[in-house]
Design a protein around this ligand. Structure first.
Ligand SMILES: NCc1[nH]cc(CCC(=O)O)c1CC(=O)O
Length: 311
């Protein structure tokens, strides 16, 4: 396998994103000893704008500037959290996913400085989160808790928590692991308690479409099961056509026997209505499974719920 002499890797410049780049560099070095890599950090709109993300023009607040650097030839490889890559439209023209790395933990965690679990939190506890998915699910199961808007990268959210701007946080386990802060977790929430977002815990490597030497080389970092899960989940979101204020959650799983299934939900913002679907792929390919689960939710009224939410 021939590998480019130098691979320039572009990503957001948050501590989490830079840790993700280090994982990619380590995996590249393990597969291709002697390969040279360089890091091109960029700030995205989502990093700069601390208000409501739905007010940011268009989607891809965490990916737009990264994609632009790739397309402009300022870098050769982009590292994205799949969770942050819009799925309602194709990838930016001229780019392609070359690999999905082996999936990390998909679960959310409660971060409470006093070490309490979700069920132990007293009424009125302020949970710092701006995620409509987390807000809807908490409203359904823990209506006595109060959600307060909270933005910024994970390190900043932990700092704001320490400064008393909230009493507890919900953050992805995988993200906390990447910034080496698993220690702050007071409870890991099961996917049944807090259904994860589409693409949770998956890193995608994106290249320019014509860069076949690099695409072939980095595809060696891909994990086949994660590829199937990511494909099913992203097609599900594509067919559903959500917007940034739609509480949508779900995850695909390849079980030990190699069987793929996809479970997904759509909520109203108050969490009072929850549509559920769970299907096994059987003979279907991952993308068709994603389509089928989306159609199952549309049949239950998902379109009306999604379109009824201001955005
Ligand atoms: N938008 C921020 C973001 N993007 C991806 C992750 C978590 C890591 C992942 O799922 O890959 C996070 C932080 C969080 O939700 O707590």
């Amino acid at each position: 396998m021939s590998v480019p002499e130098l691979i320039r890797i572009v990503s957001r410049d948050s501590p989490m994103a830079l840790a993700q780049v280090e994982r990619v560099r380590a995996e590249l070095a393990a597969l291709y000893p002697g390969v040279r890599t360089a890091v091109v950090p960029v700030k995205t709109t989502g990093d700069k704008w601390m208000g409501d993300l739905s007010q940011v023009e268009g989607k891809g607040a965490f990916t737009k500037e990264v994609d632009a650097a790739l397309l402009a030839g300022e870098a050769d490889l982009a590292v994205h959290c799949v969770k942050d890559v819009p799925a309602d439209r194709p990838l930016p023209a001229g780019t392609t996913f070359a690999a999905f790395l082996k999936r990390d933990d998909i679960r959310d965690a409660l971060v409470h400085p006093g070490g309490l679990t979700l069920d132990e939190l007293p009424a009125g506890t302020r949970i710092g989160t701006s995620s409509v998915r987390r807000v809807a699910q908490l409203a359904a199961t823990h209506p006595e808790l109060e959600c307060v808007p909270f933005r910024g990268n994970a390190n900043r959210r932990l700092a704001k928590l320490a400064a008393g701007e909230a009493d507890a946080l919900l953050l992805a386990v995988s993200g906390l692991e990447r910034i080496d802060r698993r220690d702050v977790i007071s409870e890991v929430l099961s996917p049944e308690t807090m259904m994860p977002p589409i693409g949770a815990g998956i890193l995608a490597l994106q290249c320019r479409e014509g860069d076949t030497e690099l695409i072939d080389a980095v595809s060696g970092l891909g994990d086949p099961d994660t590829h199937r899960e990511a494909t099913a989940e992203r097609m599900f979101l594509h067919v559903l056509q959500g917007h940034c204020n739609s509480p949508i959650a779900g995850y695909a799983r390849v079980d030990r026997g190699g069987e793929l299934s996809l479970r997904a939900c759509v909520f109203t913002p108050d969490g009072k209505t929850r549509l559920n679907a769970h299907e096994w792929a059987g003979r279907l390919d991952p993308a068709t499974l994603g389509t089928s689960v989306a159609v199952a939710l549309l049949r239950q009224g998902a379109r009306e719920i999604i379109d009824g939410i201001p955005h």
